[in-house]
Design a binder for this molecule. Structure first.
Ligand SMILES: [Zn+2]
Length: 150
């Protein structure tokens, strides 16, 4: 199929993990790296949508304090993870460091950025505590982030 992740057998993966899903070379030679940042075991568990939404806001804002090469952090519709798009090629350890630093910031956050009607399409649909629970669980499993399949 056209979409890389549609060719991934989701029964074989072991969440949580971080996987390079795509490396796209643009016409002028620039490269975009797309990572599958999987928080919940596919077809077994999922994240609550308000936690997904708040984590999206928190990660989008805080990750950019650690790198100017963050392009996007978007939730998967299945609510089991996110796509992290970064400018250029990345060493796995550098991606892990970026994610870990960002999640550590999130654990210390006192509010969800832009959780209001001016800056968000559903400003009331947020949970700081829910996002922090998800971040804490993912961070604690850092030793397993490189292991995509059993
Ligand atoms: Zn929003």
């Amino acid at each position: 199929m056209n979409v890389e992740s549609f060719n991934l057998d989701h029964r074989t993966v072991v969440a949580p993990y971080i996987r390079l899903a795509d490396l796209k070379e643009l016409p002028h030679g620039d490269v975009i790296s797309k990572f599958d940042v999987r928080f919940a075991q596919p077809n077994v568990a999922h994240l609550e949508m308000d936690a997904v939404h708040s984590l999206e806001h928190l990660f989008a804002e805080h990750s950019r304090n650690h790198s100017g090469r963050v392009l996007d952090f978007s939730p998967m519709g299945c609510q089991t993870g996110f796509y992290l798009m970064l400018e250029g090629r990345w060493e796995e350890q550098d991606v892990h460091d970026l994610v870990a630093a960002t999640l550590t910031d999130i654990l210390g956050a006192t509010e969800v950025p832009a959780a209001n009607e001016v800056q968000c399409g559903w400003g009331a649909h947020h949970t700081l505590a829910g996002a922090q629970d998800v971040a804490r669980t993912f961070l604690a499993a850092r030793d397993g982030w490189s292991t995509v399949t059993a």
